[in-house]
Design a protein around this ligand. Structure first.
Ligand code: HEC
Ligand code: HEC
Length: 433
């Protein structure tokens, strides 16, 4: 028995007894004679007033019991059928009469360490070697490009600031360069998600004829093995001097797993610094959840393609037709493509945007997303002829103030350090065209 009920009984029972006695006395001595009642009448009046007192005390008793343990009481009431429980959907599409409150979206910060695969455990020597390899131009066919040529870690927040990549011998690639910052938290890599790990990803650009254009894995091994300082570094990182292509990509991946940037106003806000976001950014954060951006850009890395609890890595884009499809050629061979949901961390620093780098304003990207991915490009309601019902999902386009607030929130996802470095280099392309 809990203390509320014990208190109630301890005080309540004596109080009821005392109250009954008092009532009896009042009826016998005062009310009875005053109303001229006989002995029978006096007993009847005592009984009636006594019942009233008892009912009142019982009511207080119930209130005390309910307030002492609300959950279990309500739970018991529900099980006994006094309150209808929230009904599960019966699969025939009948609406739930008492829909359970949707689980609140939980905002999270990035962990300080990225998960690593069992077959490539990190160590400081491997990371140092990976950092050197990331900047190694000898890994490109003509010795002009390194990973860092396209993924400028400082001046361009891990991208290159161009619409699409500029590869070896001035060749332009078809896709925009995504940032490598926080890429270690993504479960699949590349715009179309075709690489399952950083190791798998790193094999691509070195041998890609329009990126670094190296002839073969053996050529990479041969070039590095000619340098004794590399042989020493491989020995420190892997235990022996063997310079194998697989080890090259493992070291690069280990280095990339250290490229974590969680020093954003958003992360500070979520850790409890209420002043870290401006009012516009806080409004944008609420909109980001309420209009449904979190359906795809969810979790601490703002991507459903994340290793941190992501579920549906790939989505159609554009999911519904809009006037933007032709304005920024968004269709691949006339059809929507299947793309990985990108992280939105540092997105304000890594324009131009989208897989083809066709949009150079972040507010325009937000309008495109709202229209193409959330259907917010037209009618507020649609008549569904098949089941003669109104689809009342809000499909009105976002207002300009809402777009501005969403952009403000996206800016709160920029690392302080990377923003400062990008500003210092005045956002010039890292290499002349
Ligand atoms: C010529 C420019 C260029 C060079 C050099 C280059 N990359 Fe990339 N990188 C790109 C482009 C473009 C993409 C996106 C390609 C795609 O999605 O099809 C990309 C994608 C990536 C990604 C995936 C990021 C994500 O979120 O999906 C990683 C990681 C990456 N590159 C690392 C590297 C490493 C490591 C090297 C050096 C071995 C390298 N890149 C060299 C242009 C380049
Ligand atoms: C249905 C899933 C989905 C929803 C909902 C969604 N997005 Fe996206 N978002 C994507 C995909 C997929 C891409 C990659 C598009 C591409 O390949 O060009 C993307 C790309 C972006 C980009 C560009 C990233 C870059 O690096 O170029 C931004 C910014 C963005 N989304 C913001 C938003 C905002 C803001 C909302 C809410 C208004 C939103 N998204 C809603 C799936 C979604």
């Amino acid at each position: 028995m809990n203390s509320g009920i014990a208190d109630f009984l301890g005080i309540g029972i004596p109080a009821v007894v005392a109250g009954m006695l008092l009532l009896g006395l009042m009826v016998q001595r005062e009310l009875g004679p005053f109303a001229g009642l006989g002995p029978g009448g006096k007993w009847l009046l005592s009984g009636a007033l006594g019942m009233g007192l008892l009912a009142f005390v019982l009511k207080i008793g119930v209130a005390v019991a309910l307030s002492s343990h609300p959950e279990s009481t309500v739970d018991r009431l529900t099980r006994n059928g006094l309150v209808p429980p929230a009904m599960p959907d019966d699969g025939r599409g009948f609406a739930n009469p008492m829909p359970p409150r949707p689980r609140q979206y939980v905002w999270e910060t990035l962990p300080g360490q990225a998960p690593e695969p069992a077959d490539n455990p990190s160590n400081p020597a491997k990371v140092a070697l990976g950092r050197r390899l990331f900047e190694e131009r000898r890994l490109s066919g003509d010795g002009t490009l390194s990973c860092a040529s396209c993924h400028d870690l400082d001046a361009q927040a891990g991208g290159d600031g161009r619409p699409t990549a500029l590869g070896i011998a001035g060749q332009t690639g078809p896709r925009n360069v995504p940032t490598v910052w926080n890429a270690a938290f993504q479960a699949v890599l590349f715009w179309d998600g075709r690489a399952p790990s950083l190791e798998a990803q790193a094999r691509g650009p070195i041998l890609n004829p329009i990126e670094m254009g190296l002839a073969s894995p053996a050529e990479a091994e041969r070039r590095l093995a000619a340098d004794p300082t590399y042989r020493a570094q491989f020995a420190q990182a892997f235990g022996d001097e063997t310079i194998a292509f697989e080890r090259i990509v493992q070291a690069i991946a280990a280095f990339e797993r250290t490229l974590i940037a969680a020093d954003t106003p958003y992360d500070r806000f979520v850790r409890g610094d209420a002043g870290a976001l401006t009012p516009a950014q806080r409004r944008g954060m609420a909109l980001f959840e309420s209009v449904g951006c979190v359906l795809c850009h969810r979790g601490p890395n703002f991507s459903d393609a994340s290793l941190l609890g992501g579920e549906d890595a790939l989505r159609y884009f554009p999911a519904t037709p809009t006037r933007y499809d032709s304005k920024y050629p968004l269709l691949v061979d006339g059809k929507p493509g299947v793309w990985r949901v990108p992280s939105l961390r540092n997105v304000a620093l890594t324009g131009p945007w989208l897989h083809n780098g066709s949009v150079d304003r972040l507010d325009e990207v937000v309008r495109i997303m709202a229209g193409a991915q959330l259907g917010r490009s037209g009618e507020l309601m649609t008549w569904l002829d098949a089941d003669r019902s109104l689809d009342r999902i809000d499909r009105s386009p976002l207002g300009e103030a809402q777009v501005a607030d969403l952009v403000a929130f996206l800016e709160a996802l920029s690392s302080d350090r990377l923003r400062a470095k990008a500003a210092a280099s005045a956002r010039r392309p890292s290499r002349p065209s």
